[in-house]
Design a protein around this ligand. Structure first.
Ligand code: ACO
Length: 328
């Protein structure tokens, strides 16, 4: 039995200003707007400039969420950042966010679950607020995937974009807003989606740079198949945990990697397309940032009414996957 509930007090998002369209990509890699649009649904993505790190955009998203929550950085007792594009191996990106916000009362750490990172974050925050450990938590999904993209590889470079989303969650005596969270992983799929260079397995050398091991590697076709199965399964597992049915959910917010993946999941689960939020045409795949940026946009566009149940679902490198049902 939980001691407390979790209240969602605010959300915010921020994407870097510069936009790279499919037409721009046609100029330096062998691809076409037609191929990218029909295979993925993506039309453009936002790209950070050289000097901008993940924490820089995370801080802007966090300030917006704090403003909506009517809180100051000093009210926070924890900052958690989900990212695969940390500013550095250490300090954590959460520590850079803490410094940038001046959130001196907050503990700070990162979580590594690739595109499922925000869902993993919700499961951590749910446990630690409900058991009384934290009162006010800033949870962020933020990425500058452009920094780990091989801009000569058409198989991957058309897919990704940069962006950040933030959520403020607080302890409450009311029923919890994080109704259920389910997460899963299977490390045996490690080679299908990874960034092999720069860690302790392949420390940085001239050879790792020459071989582009510091760029994301992906077997797209294989990832596609497992993504559809695992995300469909995760949607059902989170519903079962909460004793809910698909029909109870007002809006589904899936990981924004590929329109065809989203359509395949909706078809499998018999979810009408108007109940699925899609913004990948504007941003591409922003990994851990996708679901929280989409939730923030859905709220601002009036797609979510107070009291609505929404379900987020994600899948990423690891493989990892997860789904969360929230009452807004
Ligand atoms: N432009 C033109 N042609 C291309 C491009 C491109 N950008 N990319 C690949 N092609 C070519 C391939 O070389 C191939 O040519 P070939 O038949 O002569 O070898 C052809 O197009 C077909 O390639 P496929 O891989 O069969 O294309 P597919 O329909 O599978 O689409 C895609 C590829 C979009 C990558 C798809 O597999 C996909 O979305 N996979 C899932 C990726 C994903 O979701 N990853 C993220 C999940 S985890 C995370 O978010 C990090």
């Amino acid at each position: 039995m939980s001691n407390y509930g979790v209240a969602i007090r605010g959300t915010g998002s921020h994407m870097p200003e510069k936009i790279l369209t499919n037409a721009d990509l046609e100029k330096f890699v062998q691809t076409t707007d037609e191929w990218i649009t029909t295979r993925t649904g993506i039309k453009q993505r936002h790209i950070a400039d050289y000097a901008t790190a993940t924490s820089d955009i995370a801080i802007i998203a966090a300030r917006k969420a704090l403003t909506e929550a009517n809180m100051t950085p000093l009210d926070l007792d924890a900052i958690i950042v989900a990212t695969v594009t940390a500013d550095m191996a250490f300090p954590s990106t959460a520590c850079f966010v803490q410094k940038g916000l001046g959130a001196r009362n907050a503990t700070a750490f990162d979580i590594s679950a690739a595109c499922s990172g925000f869902i993993y974050g919700l499961s951590i925050v749910k446990a630690l607020i409900e058991n009384g450990t934290y009162k006010n938590v800033l949870l962020i999904g933020a990425e500058t995937l452009s920094k780990i993209t091989d801009w000569t590889d058409r198989n991957t470079c058309v897919l990704f974009g940069d962006g950040a989303g933030a959520m403020i969650l607080s302890q409450t005596n009311q029923p919890t807003s994080i109704v259920s969270v389910y997460t899963g992983a299977d490390g045996s799929y490690d080679t299908l989606l990874q960034l092999p260079g720069g860690g302790s397995r392949n420390p940085a050398t001239h050879a790792t740079i020459d071989n582009k091991l510091h760029c994301l590697k992906m077997e797209g076709k294989e990832v596609f198949k497992v993504a559809v199965t695992k995300m469909s399964d995760a949607v059902n597992k989170a519903l079962d945990q909460a004793n809910l049915k698909c029909d109870d959910i007002a809006l589904f917010i899936p990981h924004q990697a590929n329109l065809r993946i989203i359509e395949a999941i909706a078809k499998r689960l018999n979810i009408p397309v108007e109940k699925v939020f899609i913004n990948l045409q504007k941003y591409g795949n922003m990994s851990s940032a996708t679901v929280i940026v989409a939730l923030d946009e859905a709220r601002r566009e009036g797609r979510i009414k107070p009291g609505d149940l929404i379900e987020m679902v994600a899948f990423g490198g690891g493989f990892t996957w997860g789904a969360a049902i929230l009452r807004l």
